[in-house]
Design a protein around this ligand. Structure first.
Ligand code: BTN
Length: 250
């Protein structure tokens, strides 16, 4: 099992995107094994579906963790990572919920997101896990954020929050634990933990593909295969993670 001692840390003041930096570093052979890039600011941070991810100096936790493992060997990785980060924030009594498949939500608003990418580098298959978390208030355009964005200091007294490095270390350790637990115990325990924090359960939602509405219905939760179930006027439909996402119906 990987531990913190196996992790090579790189800390930067600013970078285009920690996912891109780490991917380049693996591809150019500058890092191997398990590595983390933590930055104070990103100039071209990326979210899912080609969206950008804003991070001004010191206001967000932005890091990427690289693992020398192919994506197919890490099933349901975004759920695993979301759960791992949620468990860290719960230590500070932040009532985090998870929005399938890879958002962290608090008070109905987005607190953070996860971007997992796999590729083949010189040294072999590699997966980069990017985590972005709003720590201080962020100015996110309404069109991008939907219900708006939240941040940690709205929920935790800033004086008890650890440093970004300490928070990143706790998240990395928790991710390594969750990945190991999913491998060792199977994914049904992960799905149960996700279900306890499911932000959309019971709500009317719209299923989107590349931003376009496909159908709507009531969110029924995750099934035993990790698909998300929606009760529609035409019966139960399951949504597989990928390009699809859910939004609460207006
Ligand atoms: C999303 O919600 O769409 C995912 C957001 C992921 C943002 C993080 S910040 C650190 C890492 N580097 C990036 O460019 N993106 C991820």
């Amino acid at each position: 099992m990987l531990t913190q001692a196996d992790v090579h840390w790189i800390e930067l003041d600013s970078v285009d995107s920690t996912n891109d930096y780490l991917s380049r570093a693996y591809q150019q052979g500058r890092v191997s094994g398990c590595a983390v890039v933590l930055t104070q600011a990103q100039t071209a941070g990326r979210g899912r579906a080609g969206r950008s991810w804003k991070a001004v100096p010191g206001a967000s936790l932005c890091f990427s963790l690289g693992l020398p493992v192919a994506g197919y060997q890490l099933p349901f990785l975004p759920l695993c990572v979301g759960l791992a980060v949620a468990e860290v924030l719960e230590r500070f009594e932040v009532p985090v919920q998870l929005k399938w498949p890879n958002d962290l939500i608090v008070g109905g608003q987005k607190l953070g997101g996860v971007l997992c990418e796999s590729f083949h580098a010189g040294s072999g298959a590699t997966t980069v896990i990017g985590v972005g978390l709003n720590v201080h208030p962020v100015d996110v355009p309404q069109a991008l954020s939907g219900a708006g964005a939240s941040c940690l200091v709205q929920w935790v007294d800033a004086s008890i929050l650890p440093s970004l490095r300490e928070l990143a270390e706790a998240c990395v350790l928790s991710i390594l634990h969750q990945v190991e637990a999913a491998r060792a115990q199977g994914i049904s325990a992960l799905f149960k933990q996700f279900a306890l924090r499911d932000a959309w359960l019971g709500l009317e939602v719209v299923v989107l593909e590349e931003g376009k509405a496909l159908f709507s219905g009531r969110a029924m939760g995750i099934d035993e295969n990790g698909a998300y179930l929606i009760s529609t006027s035409n019966g139960l439909r399951s949504v597989i993670a990928g390009d699809l996402s859910l939004r609460v119906a207006a």
